[in-house]
Design a binder for this molecule. Structure first.
Ligand SMILES: *Cc1c(COP(=O)(O)O)cnc(C)c1O
Length: 527
């Protein structure tokens, strides 16, 4: 039986409906189908047995609730099972291959987690007096040192909480630097292939965003770029390696051109994994670059966070870095928290406290456990793995750009032409095969793009199986099985979702069914 939101809520007892794929319970083996937690609640059921509190007189005045808040009444095992079951429905890097391009879904070594949970780190509070957190400040300073050394940059702002937040930090520093010179520049140039956060950041900072086309070979078109450059350009935001998985070979020339007109070079560093220990962005003329600690240096991500996006800065921008930052004071480490003294050029604060401490710990543990040689090996293996996939599929899937790739392999949908199967269909069929789909329809410069990033932490066996599964599906598509793809996924509990409907008309609040015996419960305050 389906509820008013299309979910099965009761055992399926209709005999007609007992086809091979239907079960009495709705469960599929150990994949359990249980009602929403609100539907499970039974009025009066309790998980604890507490004595009736003594009569107290409320001191809440008219802010006291007049109605129950509408939480379901449940026993402890019900609550436990509910949330354990939900947690098992998460697909994660801990459960399987997650080739989501541009996201660097690599294994998170357990040593990071162990270190982050040490009481001396895990129990810290950001408002503790500086004298009691000298070790934590030293850790932030150590990590800053590694980041500066890896990138060859003189300064780093540690507080940004994600890649996009780091972009905001970098562009705010660029804006502050221009303002300090009394210049009001208007435009920021962004290549067509850029991640959406790049133009969004520039626009948020009040700049007009101008898009620069890509060349045939997937790199930024230098001629078009030079035509757009001018004295009113504040900066360029370039990703390197770019989102086509290619190294921008002309990057030094680009940096020189940018500096010639007095603009700054923002580099989106989300793809640092591909060049760790091989290329230092500081040597390429970069002025500001965020580092997604949660991508390049492991630390769990996906599902919305947390992230951490420190921004390395050139000499020209260092003075405009946000507060707070760690300094070496007379009595050990200190925190600069106000825009005055040595921070007088700072553009201000962009986050409460000092950054994502838990991520700092994990990233530093990751760096130190790999060592300098290990970090370099990461980039080499990440590039090798991506090329292994590229070569394993390139007789069946078309690569829009020739030659070897960096850490991710990019394909377009031209090989699917005439099959009636789209990139989206193929991705849905991958779910049936047990894979999180690759990044789709990004970068925008490639039609029906499929961006596959295996990362260095996958074994050859995993890659072989993935290539095998992709080849099997591509053969199926060629054999005219478009209907199979149009209906995929066949084995996912909710089958094919109406994604447009979910985005346009999301149902975020549960309401009791009309015929539900519990529908008289007050749920108005449930959310
Ligand atoms: C992930 C990513 C970002 C944004 O980083 P978040 O940490 O998700 O905010 C920006 N640019 C590129 C190329 C990325 O891959």
């Amino acid at each position: 039986m389906l509820n008013n939101q299309g979910r099965p809520t009761r055992p399926n007892t209709s005999e007609q409906d007992n086809s091979a794929t239907n079960t009495f319970t709705g469960n599929k083996a150990l994949e359990l189908e249980t009602p929403l937690i609100f539907e499970q609640g039974v009025p009066g059921r309790l998980g604890v047995d507490m004595t009736e509190p003594k009569k107290v007189s409320s001191r809440l005045g008219n802010t006291a609730r007049s109605k129950p808040i509408g939480l379901p009444d449940l026993s402890e095992p019900q609550v436990l099972r509910h949330f354990v079951r939900l947690s098992r429905q998460n697909y994660s890097i801990d459960s399987g291959f997650y080739p989501l391009g541009s996201c660097t879904m690599k294994h998170n070594p357990r040593i990071n987690e162990k270190v982050a949970r040490l009481a001396g780190l895990g129990d810290l509070h950001p408002m503790q007096p500086v004298s009691t957190v000298q070790g934590a400040l030293e850790l932030i300073d150590d990590l800053a040192h590694w980041l500066k050394t890896i990138t060859g940059m003189p300064a780093v702002a540690m507080s940004p909480a994600a890649g996009a937040h780091g972009e905001l930090c970098g562009v705010m520093a660029i804006r502050a630097a221009h303002e300090a010179k009394g210049e009001a520049r208007k435009r920021i140039l962004v290549p067509e292939s850029a991640h959406g956060t790049n133009p969004a950041t520039a626009a948020l900072c009040g700049y007009k965003v101008e898009s620069v086309p890509a060349r045939e070979d997937g790199r930024m078109d230098l001629e078009a770029f030079s035509e757009k450059l001018g004295p009113d350009v504040a900066g360029v935001m370039l990703t390197n390696p770019n989102t086509c998985g290619l190294f921008e070979n002309d990057v030094k020339k680009i940096a020189d051109m940018v500096h010639e007109v007095g603009a700054y070079f923002y580099c989106d560093g989300a793809n640092l994994n591909a060049i760790l220990g091989r290329v230092r962005p500081g040597d390429l003329g970069v002025d500001a670059m965020h580092i997604n600690l949660h991508k390049t240096f492991s630390t769990p991500h996906g599902g919305g966070g947390p992230g951490s996006g420190p921004v390395v800065l050139s000499e020209a921008l260092a003075a405009f870095a946000p507060i707070p930052f760690v300094t070496h004071g007379e009595n050990g480490f200190d925190l600069v928290e106000h825009v005055e003294g040595e921070a007088s050029n700072s553009f201000g604060r962009m986050k409460a406290y000092h950054g994502q401490m838990g991520m700092f710990i994990r990233a530093l543990a990751y760096m130190q456990s790999h060592g300098a040689d290990g970090l370099r090996q990461i980039a080499e293996d990440a590039v090798l793995n991506a090329n292994y996939i590229r070569v394993g599929l390139n007789d069946m899937l078309h690569s829009p750009f020739d030659g070897i790739c960096m850490h991710e392999a990019l394909f377009d949908d031209s090989s699917l032409k005439d099959t009636g199967v789209t990139t989206l269909d193929l991705a849905k069929a991958m779910i049936d095969e047990g894979y999180h789909p690759m990044t789709m329809y990004f970068p925008l410069v490639v039609h029906g793009a499929m961006l596959i990033e295996p990362t260095e932490s996958e074994s050859r066996e995993t890659l072989d199986q993935f290539i095998g599964a992709m080849r099997y599906l591509l053969n199926k598509a060629r054999d005219g099985e478009a209907t199979y793809f149009a209906q995929a996924p066949h084995f996912a509990p909710r089958r094919r979702l109406d994604e447009t409907g979910a985005a346009r008309n999301p149902i975020l609040r549960w309401t009791p069914e009309e015929d539900d015996p519990q529908s008289d419960r007050t749920l108005s305050a449930a959310s």
